[in-house]
Design a protein around this ligand. Structure first.
Ligand SMILES: NC(=O)c1ccc[n+]([C@@H]2O[C@H](COP(=O)([O-])OP(=O)(O)OC[C@H]3O[C@@H](n4cnc5c(N)ncnc54)[C@H](O)[C@@H]3O)[C@@H](O)[C@H]2O)c1
Length: 271
């Protein structure tokens, strides 16, 4: 067997593609010859990313879509199909946490507003489910396709403070397994659904938890680094590599898996 890591000529739809992680995934996919459809609700940022990809010799289009609005996702799907004819890969990258749903010295668990909890659960869980409903329907019809969800270390064991985010990412991992089975059992054995579970990267989503204003690590930041055997944060390129592998036929028997990309964090009890 000749292993094939190539993705040239495929089409990928990426939500949250203007974010820290998925913009790198989008650019790396484009570098491999993948036609990239950038779905986001920040039109200007999406257009800038598309320009960057095209300037680098890749192919990309942008469409404004809200992952919590099925109508806008259907419009996005029609637009991408009109431009690129087929869709091979869906990356559910939109997600995140917010301060208002995170316990702290200023905010007790008992005072977290329901709206903040809903925001986190909806964006991470419903966002992935609705987008997979809309784009996955094409996969069910064609009998092929690849879905990548973005879970988190918080899915394996909840992280302190991030009550909604931990539960939501647990649900994303669960949905990954559920969807893989559902596609295979009801539509085709050639549709794969996997997730990556990034360890700790320093991004907007968690900087307020990890770093003090002077750039020194917070108590939490120190604990994370101590519990990461590689003793550092990851960077978005290190998430992109495994995503590209999962999308390729070199990963043709990887299905329903949640791959930790964490510098060893989830392998280490700290003793
Ligand atoms: N950064 C990390 O350290 C880390 C670690 C583990 C998991 N993750 C997960 O990886 C994914 C990407 O994280 P990131 O750090 O790049 O986040 P980010 O905040 O930089 O990007 C999130 C993106 O989602 C988009 N978005 C938000 N709401 C949306 C909506 N309703 N419809 C469409 N798009 C919407 C935003 O515009 C943005 O482009 C998220 O699911 C996040 O939870 C991140």
């Amino acid at each position: 067997m000749n292993l094939n890591f190539g993705l040239k000529g495929k089409t990928a739809v990426i939500t949250g593609a203007t974010g820290v992680l998925c913009r790198v995934i989008a650019k790396e996919l484009a570098q491999q010859g993948v036609k990239v459809a950038v779905l986001g609700h920040n039109g200007e940022k999406a257009r800038l990313l598309v320009d960057e990809i095209i300037n680098d010799g890749g192919s990309a289009i942008a469409f404004n879509a809200d992952v919590l609005n099925k109508e806008s996702l259907v419009e996005a799907r029609d637009f991408v199909v009109e431009k690129y004819q087929t869709i091979d890969i869906l990356i559910n990258g939109a997600g995140g946490n917010k301060k208002e749903a995170t316990t702290s010295d200023e905010l007790s668990f008992f005072d977290i507003d329901v709206k903040a909890l809903e925001w986190v659960f909806n964006l991470n869980v419903l966002g992935a489910i609705l987008t997979t409903q809309v784009f996955g329907e094409l996969f069910a019809k064609s009998g092929t396709g690849c879905v990548i969800n973005i879970s988190s270390m918080a899915a394996y064991h909840p992280l302190t403070k991030t009550v909604a985010y931990s539960g939501a990412k647990s649900a994303v991992s669960n949905f990954t397994e559920w969807m893989a089975v559902h596609f295979n059992k009801n539509y085709s054995p050639h549709i794969r659904v996997n997730a990556v579970a990034p360890g700790f990267l320093l991004t907007n989503q968690n900087r307020f938890l990890m770093e003090q204003e002077n750039g020194e690590p917070t108590e939490r930041g120190k604990k994370v680094l101590d519990k990461t055997p590689m003793n550092r944060y990851g960077n978005p390129e290190e998430i992109a590599g495994p995503v590209l592998w999962l999308c390729s036929s070199a990963a043709s028997f990887v299905n329903g898996a949640v791959i930790p990309i964490d510098g060893g964090f989830s392998s280490y009890w700290g003793v």
